[in-house]
Design a protein around this ligand. Structure first.
Ligand SMILES: Cc1cc2nc3c(=O)[nH]c(=O)nc-3n(C[C@H](O)[C@H](O)[C@H](O)COP(=O)(O)OP(=O)(O)OC[C@H]3O[C@@H](n4cnc5c(N)ncnc54)[C@H](O)[C@@H]3O)c2cc1C
Length: 453
């Protein structure tokens, strides 16, 4: 019987545990996590804070009983502080100071990420929050519940900052979103970023770009947030300026670090340390188009990597196929999605990237309810290979599923021209005989032809 110990009880850790038990009913799978929230959806935290999700427990992907029914032993509030590699013992500490040694044959590290905080003063003041764990969300909820909390400043306009701007407007707060870079949502082109900014402003969010925050101070009226151009008064400050891998335990075990400090693993999620695998936000990720490791911490990736690590840790031979960085975010009544590369992220020594944009509708406009879509397609001028896409549009415009078609095509190495060959579905309430993504692809090809004449 294999004794498999997993450190971390979120997306990657649970995926590893479930896959191991699915393949080997005899495996003794023990899962140790530092917090008290096994298998909770941290992706859902903004919706808990907006009030759209009513109870914290609604965020559980599975209940504790369901995980235990799958044959997994869970130890919550067990932070693994050390691993004795020679004797194969993971040593956990409880908040009460008790030590709990757990013997293993195979070990999976799934310790995730931590907030990447800017080097500014005032981060420890009352009313200043981060958002990465359920406990962070509960602390933020208690500030939100205070009757004097009216004005919020969000530092960082990445996807979590955007989701939280919406969540706090939903709670009728005055919201100012502050971003150091020239446009919000730096993971998409500025044309799409400007669309997101207009959506925020239309919904009452004050947006300050090109405005790094230099300090937060206590003030008579609450908190004072000093930016490059102004000082903002706030009752609540949320700092969401990215994450970094939680590599502490891994480096202690001698696992090397690479992209952005993430643990280095191979395509089977092996760490190079005998009997130790790692997965999720603590490790680097192979990018299929760049053909090199990157750090792209996302829940979808953590699930896949965890599944591969769990399978291999009990003797399997699975390989992780890599990612394209596909993501989607809801910003009020708009969905914004992207996959693959952009002109600015496609290395010139690999690709001659060119991007074209169209404005279209999600379905035939004679049928009621059509919404606008903006689609940007990036492809290689030399080979026609599809490299990336970005879509912004109304919530009913199936933006997420349309970006997934692009992602599938890129995964398979298709050319932009070949998108027109895809047998996509059509009925007037949902699309057009040439779907919007095929229209965008044909626009890219037509402009390519013009450029060549
Ligand atoms: C607000 C928010 C919204 C998000 N929205 C999306 C989204 O819409 N789509 C998307 O794809 N991704 C989203 N993400 C990212 C996604 O949630 C993460 O990529 C994913 O949770 C990573 O999973 P993980 O298991 O690797 O790590 P984590 O979720 O960070 O979990 C780490 C686990 O390790 C445990 N741990 C850490 N150190 C130790 C230790 N020494 N001993 C024991 N246990 C330890 C922790 O207690 C925890 O259980 C969002 C993230 C946030 C914060």
């Amino acid at each position: 019987m294999t004794r498999l110990v997993i450190v971390g009880g979120s997306d990657a850790g649970i995926s590893a545990a479930l896959r191991a038990r699915e393949l080997d009913h005899a495996a003794d799978v023990q899962l140790l996590l530092a917090d008290g929230w096994p298998n909770y959806s941290i992706c859902g935290l903004p919706y808990l804070l907006s009030g759209e999700v009513r109870h914290t427990d609604d965020l559980a992907h599975r209940t504790r009983a369901q995980i235990e029914d799958a044959g997994i032993t869970i130890y919550t509030e067990h932070r693994v502080e050390d691993v004795d590699l020679d004797r194969r013992i993971a040593i956990a500490q409880t908040p009460a100071g008790a030590t709990h040694p757990v013997e293993y044959d195979r070990l999976v590290l799934a310790t995730g990420a931590r907030p990447q905080l800017p080097p500014i003063s005032g981060l420890d003041l009352d009313g200043v929050h981060q958002l990465h764990t359920v406990d962070d969300a509960l602390a933020l909820a208690s500030t939100l519940a205070a009757p004097h909390t009216r004005r919020a400043v969000i530092v960082g306009a990445g996807y979590i900052g955007l989701e939280m701007a919406e969540a706090l407007r939903h709670r009728n707060l005055e919201v100012t979103l502050v971003e150091r870079l020239p446009e919000v949502m730096p993971t998409v082109d500025r044309e799409i970023g400007a669309h997101v900014r207009r959506t925020l402003q239309r919904n009452g969010v004050c947006v300050l770009t090109d405005n790094g925050v230099s300090a937060i101070e206590g003030a008579s009226s609450g908190l004072a947030v000093h930016t490059a151009s102004t000082t903002l008064e706030a009752d609540l400050v949320l700092v969401v300026s990215g994450v970094r891998p939680d590599n502490e335990l891994g480096t202690q075990l001698g696992i090397p670090t690479g992209a952005r400090g993430a643990l280095v693993i191979d395509e089977q999620m092996r760490t190079g340390v005998p009997r130790v695998w790692a997965a999720g936000d603590c490790v680097h990720t192979h990018h299929r188009l760049l053909d090199q490791p990157t750090y792209l911490p996302l829940g979808t990736t953590a699930h896949k990597q965890g599944r591969v690590a769990g399978e291999n840790a009990i003797g399997g031979d699975r390989r992780f196929a890599g990612v394209l960085g596909t993501q989607v975010v809801k910003v009020f009544d708009q969905a914004i999605a992207s996959t693959g590369l952009r002109n600015v992220t496609a290395p010139e020594d690999l690709y001659a990237a060119r991007t074209e944009q169209i404005a279209t509708s999600d379905h035939k406009s004679y049928y009621p309810g059509a919404v606008d879509l903006t689609i940007r397609v990036c492809a290689d001028e030399r080979t026609g290979r599809l490299l990336g896409a970005q879509i912004a549009g109304g919530l009913s415009g199936q933006v997420a599923k349309r970006i997934d078609v692009f992602a599938t095509a890129i995964h398979d190495g298709m050319t932009v021209e070949a998108l027109s060959d895809l047998d996509l579905s059509y009925t007037p309430p949902f699309g057009a005989p040439w779907d919007a993504i095929q229209e965008a692809a044909q626009n890219w090809v037509a402009r390519d032809a013009v450029a060549r004449t």
